[in-house]
Design a protein. Structure first.
Lengths: 196, 155
């Protein structure tokens, strides 16, 4: 059954086949877990998000239709759960979580950050993984989610748009506005040598 | 499936974040999710995988050995039954089945005295061993194969 497509497995789930969901769990748990982990910065909370996402899939499988692929649907559910987790922890002001209005233009933070490219050579550092995770975690939520979906979950901009309920172009705009923030963070943390 | 999109040129930030490692989820996460699903208890998850070869090989050797013993004992029993006259008694039972039903002791007593009991016991033991070991090789292993969950995949 492992060779079956998402849609074929979904049809089996809609018929109540628990074995089919086991295969989807194996197929997506890693990317969902990493998405939630980078979004929330907490492994236990990320595991809870994954669990919640698959329970939602199992209980709402009948509501899934062809207008959205399974993968964006899973990440959409996971993203909502992550936002709930953030609200519960009160680590982020609620107002910061609302979707950005594209007519607002760049935020003041974006206007002051250094947008120059990092130096040609970026360091191979032992703590690089931690710094990259911190850079994502330091982003405002609306940018963090698009960066995480792109860099961690490896979604296309079209899929990211589906996950976030935004046009593809808007998802891409969010992503490109996040980059100067990431670059500035990394520069501030002393990433100064090369990425080949 | 990931939709096709025009690849954008990778910049310094893209290249750096391409180095961000994926973190393995907790090893029990899949089982935990399955347990948390509503409804009846989950079936054993679920992929049929190849059994480890050692048990199958061991049962295969037992089956082969029992089969050889069974073959040899069958040939020996045939000879012994013919030589001892037991086959003649069996032939009379078949030919005079009505008499046999009327007085079975008249036939069974000489048959019992003529049967090579030791050889017969060995043959029956070989037959039972052959049946059990072949069942373990084919049917018993199939149950064990089904219990292993799917392995992790990376996305």
């Amino acid at each position: 059954m492992a060779h079956l497509s998402d849609q074929a497995l979904l049809r089996r789930i809609q018929r109540g086949d628990r074995e089919a969901i086991a295969y989807l769990i194996e197929r997506y748990q890693r990317s969902l877990y990493n998405f939630a982990l980078r979004f929330l910065g907490d492994g236990d909370a990320a595991a809870d998000v994954v669990q919640h996402t698959f329970i939602q899939l199992f209980t709402h499988a009948d509501e899934l239709h062809g207008d959205m692929g399974l993968r964006p649907w899973l990440f959409r559910v996971a993203r909502y759960r992550c936002l709930d987790e953030l609200r519960r922890d009160r680590t982020v002001p609620f107002s910061q979580m609302s979707a950005a209005d594209e007519t607002d233009g760049p935020s003041p933070l974006e206007q002051v950050v250094d947008v120059a490219p990092l130096p040609e050579a970026l360091a191979e550092r032992g703590d690089l993984q931690a710094i990259l995770a911190e850079a994502i975690a330091a982003l405002p939520v609306k940018y963090r989610e698009v960066v995480t979906l792109r860099y961690v979950a490896d979604l296309s901009f079209a899929e990211i748009g589906q996950v976030l309920g935004l046009p593809e172009a808007t998802a891409k705009t969010h992503f490109h506005r996040a980059k100067p923030l990431l670059r500035a963070f990394l520069r501030a943390r002393g990433i100064t040598q090369a990425v080949p | 499936m990931k939709p096709q999109e025009t690849p954008e040129p990778r910049d310094d930030v893209d290249r750096l974040f391409a180095r961000l490692h994926a973190v393995a989820p907790p090893p029990d996460l899949a089982a935990r999710v399955m347990r948390a699903l509503p409804g009846p208890a989950p079936l054993a998850p679920t992929r049929v995988v190849a059994p480890s070869p050692a048990p199958r090989r061991r049962w295969g050797w037992v089956t082969a050995g029992a089969g050889i013993i069974l073959l040899l004992m069958s040939m020996r029993l045939g000879t012994l039954l013919g030589d001892s006259g037991a086959l003649d008694v069996l032939g009379q039972i078949v030919a005079n089945f009505g008499d046999f039903l009327g007085a079975p002791g008249d036939y069974l007593a000489p048959l019992a005295s003529e049967l090579p009991w030791l050889d017969l016991t060995v043959a029956v033991a070989a037959l039972v061993t052959f049946w059990l070991s072949s069942s373990a090789t084919v049917g018993g292993d199939a149950q064990r194969w089904a219990a292993k969950p799917p392995s992790n995949t990376t996305h």
